[in-house]
Design a protein around this ligand. Structure first.
Ligand code: C5P
Length: 209
């Protein structure tokens, strides 16, 4: 039997990460947060002190990255998301990471992958595709509370500006821009808690299994 794959795309702070983790745990599937793969490549370049547009160095980092050792806490840092979106415009970096992501999805019983281009590029034949979104204001508010909860200091207006800038870069790039796949189910979480989003996603998945 073919692995069962679930593709979850959406912009920063849409709730797709939390939703993906919960769905993977619920269905006993492995989970790959593909944003972390772009973040890890960006972090490798920052650590090596090379420029974020050094494509050769970035491709090398993409090929050698240990997918099972990506540390969410380390990679969550604010500046790394921004750096990741710069690394993510380079076609050869995307090619290298997409190949790794597909290999991950092809193993075992199946997997949940979340990112920006999973339903459109990485797994165009995924069994279930979700596009999770929320208004920029709601996403900025969530990110703000996450930072406070983790003991950080944050500026609401600056967060909103960051989110809008990253959306523009992710949606406007030539290679694999962020957009819903034609056959994706839209889930707008602007006025929906995680529990309601989880239940809606489960109903959809159960209808496809
Ligand atoms: O989801 P996260 O905020 O961790 O992603 C960081 C950046 O990595 C995104 O802003 C995007 O530019 C890039 N990315 C991507 N394709 C993916 C996942 C993330 O281009 N599948």
């Amino acid at each position: 039997r073919e692995p069962f794959t679930i593709a979850i795309d959406g912009p920063a702070a849409s709730g797709k990460g939390t939703l993906s983790r919960r769905l993977a745990a619920h269905y006993g599937l492995r989970h790959l947060d593909t944003g972390l793969t772009y973040r890890a490549v960006a972090k490798a370049l920052l650590d090596r002190g090379v420029s974020l547009d050094d494509e050769a160095e970035a491709v090398e980092a993409a090929h050698t990255l240990d997918l099972s050792a990506m540390d969410r806490m380390v990679l969550a840092a604010h500046g790394i998301g921004e750096a990741a979106s710069k690394v993510a415009v380079m076609t050869d970096v995307r090619k290298a990471l997409v190949e790794r992501q597909r290999a991950f999805a092809a193993e075992g019983l199946g997997a949940v992958l979340d990112g920006r281009d999973i339903g459109t590029v990485v797994l165009p034949n995924a069994d279930v595709k979700l596009y999770v979104t929320a208004s920029p204001a709601v996403r900025a508010e969530r990110r703000y509370h996450e930072i406070l909860r983790d003991g950080g200091v944050a500026d609401r207006a600056a967060i909103l500006t960051d989110i809008e800038r990253r959306d523009a870069r992710d949606m406007g790039r030539a290679d694999s821009p962020l957009r819903p796949a034609e056959d994706a189910h839209l889930l707008d979480t602007s006025e929906m808690g995680i529990e309601a989003a989880f239940n809606a996603a489960r109903a959809l998945i159960n209808s496809k299994r």
